[in-house]
Design a protein around this ligand. Structure first.
Ligand code: HEC
Ligand code: HEC
Length: 433
């Protein structure tokens, strides 16, 4: 049987090497079955249009540009990829207007990686600049963990820029240096779980994009992610936020299983695929897709043993970002290597749904306050859903710090302040937990 992503690994490798490879060498199913962008609801579209109009009316107002840029960015990440240019335009303008806004600089720097994963180096210089605004002049050895994470992402831009200037060996050298830094830092701090996650991510990315040393990199990645799997509960809450990035665990564990498969470690791969076949709450489209692919892997497990074609890990295009950040949109299947043909149309659903037990329930009086005063905007489909959804108890609880902050500051709800009694019910309960 033939692989459906036969040459993709080599195409990626050749492109990294700066050669031209004809896209015809990759066999692809018809476009329709590859990708369905998330459609905006009327309310969401109106919300974005309002922010865009405000930014257009005041092009020199950093706050207006930032608000529009961040909103467009979040929808882009969750699968409306057509909004990317508008997001970049506003975020770039906002950063030019206010170079001191580090949070903005970091977000924009990271956002550019959506191009990097498609091997689009056109924003590489801008990415380096955004990260310079975030990091300043701090030396690598002096960076705190979160600065180093940002630095690692910025190096990706740097590596792509080197490659685009034809300096392929320098690009490999920079990749190797970054790997060594990640190795040293993770070894020094086994408790910095997020850094282990980043290290594993980079090892997988480089395994898929640098033609030599593939197996070693996969082995490294598997080591990092095995550590991450064992200590998942210790990962910073924001990095597990089911509202912003509901599929992070599934995406990482799928990569881990694929890594084991690549190394011929089927006994390790099998239980991970088996776990992924059962979709956990909150149920999302990418999780269903991962479950569907995991089932295909299990059916053919023996035949995947030792297959280097599993690298680069799926997805290795814009879907690489959407896969963790999306709720309802599909992840493109273009770059998925499979032995059986798979298409979105075959994927109508019946995956097993296993609800996770609720850790803590929100008492009815608190729920009533949320429903009355917050849900109009923060419920699923509401204009503020991309920022914070209170649709489930778990989601609400994740935002508890931000809720206390925004309600105490009188910023939420935005138009009229929360009645004193309602604010008391909400804040008393949140602070008593
Ligand atoms: C493995 C899951 C995963 C993948 C893949 C992923 N993200 Fe994220 N993303 C996260 C998590 C987790 C956060 C962190 C939320 C936090 O720290 O509070 C995040 C945060 C972000 C942020 C906000 C960062 C900030 O500093 O404010 C941006 C922007 C972003 N991701 C863009 C991307 C882009 C672009 C891609 C594709 C190259 C991508 N993400 C791929 C999980 C993922
Ligand atoms: C009229 C619509 C509306 C209502 C009602 C509303 N919000 Fe918001 N909320 C927004 C918008 C828009 C944003 C994003 C922009 C911002 O952060 O200011 C937001 C953002 C937030 C955030 C920030 C999330 C983050 O990432 O920091 C929190 C927390 C929040 N709202 C809490 C609440 C609470 C609690 C209530 C009810 C007591 C509420 N909101 C009612 C529109 C609303």
């Amino acid at each position: 049987m033939v692989g459906h992503r036969i040459a993709w690994g080599w195409v990626a490798a050749l492109m990294l090497l700066g050669c031209r490879a004809s896209p015809e060498s990759v066999r692809r199913p018809p476009e329709q079955s590859l990708r369905r962008d998330l459609a905006l609801t009327d309310e969401q579209a109106a919300y974005l249009a309002r922010l865009a109009a405000a930014a257009d009316a005041a092009p020199d107002d950093a706050a207006a540009r930032k608000a529009s840029g961040l909103a467009h960015m979040r929808f882009t990440l969750s699968g409306v990829v057509s909004l990317r240019e508008r997001a970049e335009l506003d975020l770039e303008a906002a950063l030019q207007l206010d170079r001191e806004d580090r949070e903005l600089a970091r977000a924009l720097g990271r956002f550019y990686n959506m191009r990097a994963v498609e091997r689009d180096g056109s924003k590489a210089a801008a990415q380096i600049d955004a990260y310079r605004a975030y990091l300043g002049d701090v030396a690598v050895d002096d960076m705190r963990s979160e600065q180093f994470v940002a630095y690692a992402f910025s190096q990706l831009g740097h590596i792509l820029e080197l490659r685009d200037r034809g300096r392929v060996l320098a690009a490999y050298g920079a990749a190797r240096e970054l790997e060594q830094q990640l190795r040293a830092r993770t070894t020094a701090d086994p408790d910095d779980i997020e850094l282990w996650a980043v290290a594993g991510n980079f090892s997988f990315f480089f395994a898929g994009n640098i033609p030599s040393g593939k197996r070693d990199r996969v082995r490294d990645a598997v080591g990092y992610f095995t550590h991450l799997r064992a200590r998942w509960g210790q990962l910073r809450a924001g990095a597990r936020d089911p509202e912003q990035c509901p599929n992070t665990y599934e995406n990482f564990m799928f990569e881990l299983a694929e890594g084991h498969g690549t190394l011929g470690q089927l006994a390790e791969a099998r239980p991970i695929y088996q776990e992924l076949v059962v979709v956990r709450e909150p149920i999302t489209r990418p999780k269903q897709q991962i479950a569907y692919v995991a089932a295909e892997r299990l059916r053919n497990l023996e035949r995947y043993s030792g297959k280097l074609e599993l690298m680069p890990p799926w997805p290795s295009d814009v879907g690489n970002c959407v896969v963790c950040h999306a709720y309802t949109s599909d992840v493109p299947l273009n770059t998925l290597y499979t032995l059986e043909p798979v298409t979105l149309d075959d994927m109508l659903g019946p995956t097993v749904v296993k609800p996770t037990p609720r850790v803590q329930t929100v008492p009815p009086p608190v729920r009533a306050v949320i429903e009355r005063h917050c849900e109009p905007c923060h419920a699923r489909g509401g204009e503020a859903e991309p920022f914070a959804s209170f649709a489930s108890d778990a989601a609400l609880l994740l935002h508890s710090d931000a809720i206390v902050r925004r309600v105490t500051a009188g910023e939420m709800p935005p138009d009229q302040p929360l009645p004193a009694e309602a604010a008391r019910i909400l804040l008393d309960w949140l602070s008593s937990r």
